[in-house]
Ligand binder design. Structure first.
Ligand code: IMP
Ligand code: MG
Length: 171
């Protein structure tokens, strides 16, 4: 792979501060539950929560969406569910990237059935070009073009998640 930086570590850090401040203000006086969708969302979640200044709980979910290594299929299975119930809680789902929107569209439906007080999405990256399923995203880090991106949690065949920045593959 011939990797080129698309979004630097510093830009990501500044964005987590900005989003953390917005969330802290929007939910002032409340407690929130931040849900990370593993594995892709993990880097962003840990950096984001450090910038949130209100009481919060962290919980994790593993969903598998069947598909090839580039695209999700929209068939989503819960591999690991949340440890705690979210009924009556203010929930924020943290994701690495929204592409077709199928994964989150499905996940939101499942989680809404548990009757949270509120539920919003915070994604580091948004690729709106290929959107198929409708998703209402309140917090977006960066809107990007239709590239396949890697790093900072995002993988290609499970590799490159550890890059501290977001890269694209320049062939
Ligand atoms: P969606 O269901 O099409 O919105 O796909 C979302 C999931 O697909 C993300 O959580 C990622 O795991 C994966 N994905 C989509 N685009 C990329 C990419 O550019 N790089 C790495 N993974 C991606
Ligand atoms: Mg993934």
């Amino acid at each position: 792979m011939n990797l080129e930086t698309l979004i630097s570590e510093e830009e990501i850090y500044q964005k987590t501060k900005e989003l953390g401040a917005r969330i802290s203000k929007d939910y002032a006086g409340k407690e929130i539950t931040v849900i990370c969708v593993l594995k892709g969302g993990v880097m962003f979640m840990v950096d984001l929560v450090k910038q949130i200044k209100i009481p919060l709980k962290m919980d994790f979910m593993v969903v598998s969406s069947y598909g090839d290594e580039f695209k999700s299929s929209g068939i989503v299975k819960i591999v690991k569910d949340l440890d705690e119930g979210i009924t009556g809680k203010h929930v924020i789902i943290v994701e690495d990237i929204i592409d077709s929107g199928r994964t989150l569209n499905y996940l939101i439906k499942i989680l809404k059935e548990r009757n949270p007080a509120s539920i919003e999405i915070c994604t580091l990256l948004d690729k709106p070009d290929q959107r198929i399923a409708d998703v209402d995203v309140k917090y977006v880090g960066f809107t990007i073009e239709n590239h396949f991106v890697l790093g900072y949690g995002l993988d290609y065949k499970q590799l490159y998640r550890n890059l501290p920045y977001i890269a694209i593959n320049k062939q």
